[in-house]
Design a binder for this molecule. Sequence first.
Ligand SMILES: Nc1nc2c(c(=O)[nH]1)N[C@H]1C(S)=C(S)[C@@H](COP(=O)(O)OP(=O)(O)OC[C@H]3O[C@@H](n4cnc5c(=O)[nH]c(N)nc54)[C@H](O)[C@@H]3O)O[C@H]1N2
Ligand SMILES: Nc1nc2c(c(=O)[nH]1)N[C@H]1C(S)=C(S)[C@@H](COP(=O)(O)OP(=O)(O)OC[C@H]3O[C@@H](n4cnc5c(=O)[nH]c(N)nc54)[C@H](O)[C@@H]3O)O[C@H]1N2
Ligand SMILES: [Mo]
Length: 755
Amino acid sequence: MSRAPREDVDDRNIEVGHHQDHAAGVPGVYHALKISYEQMGAARTTQTLLKLNQKKGFDCPGCAWPEKDHRHIAEFCENGAKAVAEEATKRTVGADFFARHSVQELNQKSDWWLGQQGRLVEPMIKPAGQDHYVPISWDGALDLVATELRGLDDPDRATFYTSGRTSNEAAFLYQLLVRAVGTNNLPDCSNMCHESSGSALTKAIGVGKGSVQLDDLEQAELIVVMGQNPGTNHPRMLSTLEVAKQNGAVIVAVNPLPEAGLMNFRNPQTPKGVVGGGTDLTDDFLQIRIGGDQALMMAVAQLLLQDDAVIDRAFIDEHTHGFDEYVTNIKGLDFAELVEATGLTEQQVRGLAARFTASNKTIICWAMGITQHKHSVATIHEIVNLLMIQGNLGRPGAGVCPVRGHSNVQGDRTMGIFEKMPEWFLDKLQLEFGFDPPRKHGLDAVDSIRAMRDGKIDVFMAVGGNFIRATPDSDVTEAAMRKCRLTVQVSTKLNRSHAVVGETALILPTLGRTDRDVQASGEQKVTVEDSMSRVHASHGSLKPPSGNLLSEVSIISRLAKRTVGDKYDIPWDEFEADYRTIRDRISRVVPGFDDYENKVADPNGFTLPHATRSRQFPTLTGRANFVAGPLEYPKIPEGRLLLQTFRSHDQYNTTVYGLDDRYRGIKNGRRVVFVNADDLKQLGFQDGEMVDLISEWKDGVDRRAEGFRIVQYDTAKGCAAAYYPETNVLVPLDSVADVSNTPASKSVIVRLEKA
Ligand SMILES: Nc1nc2c(c(=O)[nH]1)N[C@H]1C(S)=C(S)[C@@H](COP(=O)(O)OP(=O)(O)OC[C@H]3O[C@@H](n4cnc5c(=O)[nH]c(N)nc54)[C@H](O)[C@@H]3O)O[C@H]1N2
Ligand SMILES: Nc1nc2c(c(=O)[nH]1)N[C@H]1C(S)=C(S)[C@@H](COP(=O)(O)OP(=O)(O)OC[C@H]3O[C@@H](n4cnc5c(=O)[nH]c(N)nc54)[C@H](O)[C@@H]3O)O[C@H]1N2
Ligand SMILES: [Mo]
């Protein structure tokens, strides 16, 4: 199925207006409140939005951007409010709903429709051979999963997905259960997100995370924002950039599109943002060609290396490895080809080099526009290399800032959600819990799909997320999932992963971040880690949508007790009753978490140590590594376009909040493809025409997404854009980033055909 039938969305009604050159301001607040009232009603809206990101409130389930210590009373953003409304909605999906709709029928609905139905409120089973979910007791459901897991011929025949909303406590227990079962098959959303950042940074600086804090951004002299659309995806970052700007920072946006938030920001929390023209954030907008970022970093490096005065010799000599080889590599590249690969003018590239030269404190921020290409890991190495020329690591106001996605995706990794967790972690688990965790590396997201496709997986379990829609090559992935004997989804809301399932399927409904969580020892809090390694508590406070929900911790503890309770002496009951006992174990296993309970009693939480900040580099060489490699960039064949698949302003990953992308001028629909005017002329198409998108890959298979309206748009030449997840069908499973195995969902070669 290349096109989700959408009798509930009529794309003929799509309206296209002008894209905006600024983000937020009063309309942002208006849209936030409107959607909140619709989903939650007035009382719940006030109650939730006032608690959002406040000390003693709950952590916003939106993005992973950190909080300031001293918060505004309404430190929420439009899209944070939408994320909360989506979870705290009063609408519910119960047994009667599933009696009305068969699984097959649910699979005909749009992602938007599915998400709009409300919160899941009771455990459900789709028995083998049937097409409807029916209710099942918690004991019945958990016994069934445990029996399947205990009966596996080989523990590697099960795979366990995590999405990045899972709390530290639940994530720690989940990886413990999975490793006690005997496998490292722990794919997570990170595999499709910042895995390229993690891979590159671990090799380069020894820590797979960003090195800067909010304070650093506020005192930076130059901030380069690459491949990121913060106005939509990290709106609170704009407040930080605004402060940086007021403090004199130069901000450069590197993006194929002039994204609204980066160009101008009207901060709804300041008088100027409400009535004035806002702040022009971006000094230089570099409209790069998709995939040209490595070339840009190399070209700037070549220019910087011409001037000895720019090079921080002391830093390089004392702390780094591989500089000479790097210099030889960069000097050997053809400058004209580098410029050509960026799609920018030579003057723009020289201008960026001049910005670097003039700055003593530089930070580079990036997100999915950098991580989802074949050569993403190599690109991130060049980002780090470039920063290191001037010693921009481990000093105030400088460093690397990969901006993370899901609100606790970084924490989940810290807790051991990783198919390749290092030996020292496994050793510590062994010491703490008295069993020998498996040492063989497990399957990541793409490899899990391959294994399912090849009949090597019996049980698929997911704590959160929407695996079937988040992953590439939808037709292949759906067929793979259907080969499993049992699929289990621990979820808050209905999505397509409940409609594309194995022979037997379970839905285990769970509490969300906003819900009150009461266990035997009383009300519980959980903890999360933001994009800047800060760990803090989150207290759910709303009445859960049903009395029949279990927390993620409860579900995992009860399942673990049934599955491995007789094998190992792990106090699963105690963990469920009192989450402090989990934090106690974390404090003994995970570095940086000593005195955990006391530290998270502080409403501001605490910051995990990051070696880079003290110029320690725990890499294989014991130094920060310059990593040299060949120039790579996508070559686009004649008559084709390079498609990036990205987010509208009205969605959270696979959750579609609504059908408007206000910042890009799109209303009432999502099946649009943004193309540059020159390309349209050259290809013989016009704005408003309906086309199919067909991706081309070396396996010769034509992957097709049907029925997209062309929108003439200011994107870099040769580069198109369309929304995910509708276009995931176009991303070949084998089109992945080298090293990190992340789907290359920002580099899809497509041709257009008249629909
Ligand atoms: N409201 C909201 N918030 C979110 C999310 C959401 O869906 N909705 N998702 C969350 C998650 S999990 C994540 S990972 C983040 C995602 O945050 P982003 O990475 O901002 O998300 P995308 O929409 O994928 O945007 C990619 C950006 O990179 C640009 N780009 C594409 N290709 C290239 C390239 O080759 N080079 C350069 N320089 N730029 C390029 C695109 O034009 C776009 O501006 O946001 C998080 N926050
Ligand atoms: N083509 C293309 N594909 C992409 C991307 C892209 O840019 N282009 N981006 C990739 C990225 S960056 C990411 S992170 C992935 C996202 O992949 P996922 O994390 O798998 O997807 P989400 O859409 O965030 O998951 C939404 C679902 O999570 C469940 N949920 C929400 N909150 C909770 C909770 O508190 N607990 C539990 N148990 N469940 C909860 C709800 O049921 C909801 O339907 O997609 C990736 N896929
Ligand atoms: Mo992500």
